[in-house]
Write a protein that binds this ligand. Structure first.
Ligand code: 2IT
Length: 441
């Protein structure tokens, strides 16, 4: 780790992600001298390559704007590079390296043949018009298109990149490549190669994983109070499925504060989350203004301040710290299912694990999103169009398999499951074995 720190100065998020995995796999790694001999860890912690490019575009005021953009192709031992694009003002190489590293393990857990990648830009969508979003996406694709392809690297959405952005990106790709290639991006619209249920899949998959966790404890989702952070695509899908399963979502939060919803979120409010995301205003207070009789806004507070049974971080990395974890526990929370990538800080995870709060990490919980991207790729390659029931039953199966993998590798001597360890070891074993079998490259 010390050598890695020296090689990646200041890349704290990336080092945080690597540290967690190395801690989890240390024991099993030491039992496999062939991994050590092939220097699997030293190779696995470095991305295969990173493309860096400038994106220049013109805003609505006629001003020329320049952003930085990247594609981190992390690991392709088990399949073509696959992972989302993030548009957010804080995007930098360290963030995309941590996300690409996590993606490699997550994709390995899905049971599907996909390698790991991540990309994006420090472009800030907040306050941008639709026309500005389109011009930025087009300028971004002008560079990215040479790095991607259906058997090479298949990007998708992430924070700040949803169905609208994938549309603009795909339009420009088609124009540049002079061929309609359905398999180059996932998260496409339903009329042009997209998979039914892809928009919902990350949130739905998270709730299916939660169901598997609770079943082991002879509990169920129904009747419990859930606090959710965020109001983007992932939070939206999680709320939809939580309500369908009979839970009560009592809080959603944003960068400006939290909306308390004592009666539980309803379908009208869930639909409104999509408008909030599309508006690029990035404020959760809009929900309380639109539904004053149902939601109450508290400025500067997180969702974790609202008493609940289950916490679902669905927004951004490191969004839940040790203090939040203690407040949740003190208010009666007994389960935290991390939906955002690396949503909980290491101290918060330790607190949950040492205080009897069930915890599962993002790379297991949120893998339903990329798994359904994989299902979209299969449909594209075979000119198929599966029904919602078909996709949903495959998603159920995949989330169940991921849970089984966590149980296989994460069962502790006392019978409890360390989901962090389980997910990391399961992902690691698959990628490490594939790397070993394919030689030193
Ligand atoms: O973090 C993730 O898994 C995603 N943003 C989805 C990636 C994908 O390729 O669907």
């Amino acid at each position: 780790m010390t050598r890695l720190q020296a090689k990646h100065p200041g890349e704290s998020e990336y080092l945080q992600a690597v540290q967690e995995v190395l801690e989890s796999v240390e024991e099993i790694y030491n039992q496999h001298p062939e991994f050590e001999k092939a220097k699997i860890v030293e190779r696995m912690v470095e991305p295969d390559r990173i493309f860096t490019f400038r994106v220049t575009w013109v805003d609505d005021a006629g001003q020329v704007q320049t952003n930085l953009a990247y594609r981190v192709q992390f690991n392709s031992a088990i399949g073509p590079y696959k992972g989302g694009l993030r548009f957010h003002k804080a995007v930098n190489p360290s963030m995309l390296k941590f996300l690409g590293f996590e993606q490699t393990f997550k994709n390995a857990l899905t049971t599907l043949p996909m390698g790991g990648a991540k990309g994006g830009s420090d472009f800030d969508p907040v306050g941008k018009s639709d026309a500005e979003i389109m011009r930025f996406c087009q300028a971004f694709m002008l560079e990215l298109w040479r790095c991607i392809g259906p058997d090479q690297d298949i990007p998708a959405g992430d924070v700040g990149v949803g169905a609208r952005e994938i549309g603009y990106l795909n339009g420009m790709y088609t124009k540049l490549a002079r061929q309609y290639n359905t398999g180059v991006l996932t998260g496409k619209g339903m009329n042009w190669g997209g998979s039914i249920l892809r928009p919902e899949a990350t949130g739905y998959g998270a709730l299916y994983f939660l169901q598997n966790m609770l079943k082991r404890e002879s509990k169920e989702v129904q009747g419990h109070k859930i606090a959710v952070s965020g109001f983007g695509n992932v939070a939206w899908g999680a709320c939809k499925k939580a309500v369908e399963l009979g839970a009560k979502v009592v809080a959603i939060s944003g960068p400006d504060g939290v909306c308390q919803i004592p009666g539980g979120i309803d379908s009208e409010m869930i639909d409104y989350m999509l408008e909030m995301r599309a508006s690029n205003r990035n404020r959760v207070e809009d929900m309380a203004e639109r539904f004053p009789e149902k939601a109450h806004f508290v400025a500067g507070k997180k969702a974790w301040s609202v008493p609940c049974d289950i916490a679902l971080p669905c927004a951004f990395q490191n969004e839940l710290d040790a203090e939040d974890a203690a407040e949740l526990k003190a208010n009666g929370c007994w389960c935290c299912c991390e939906v955002s990538n690396m949503g909980c800080q290491p101290d918060a995870i330790k607190f949950f694990q040492h205080n009897g709060v069930l915890f599962a990490p993002g790379k297991a919980v949120n893998a339903g999103g990329v798994a359904t991207s994989g299902l979209e790729m299969t449909q594209n390659a075979n000119h198929l169009s599966w029904s919602a029931q078909e996709v949903d039953s495959k998603l159920h199966f995949i989330m169940h398999s991921i849970h089984e993998s966590c149980v296989k590798y994460g069962t502790q001597p006392d019978g409890s499951i360390d989901y962090v360890k389980g997910a990391n070891i399961a992902g690691f074993m698959k990628v490490a074995t594939a790397m070993l079998e394919q030689g030193v490259i």
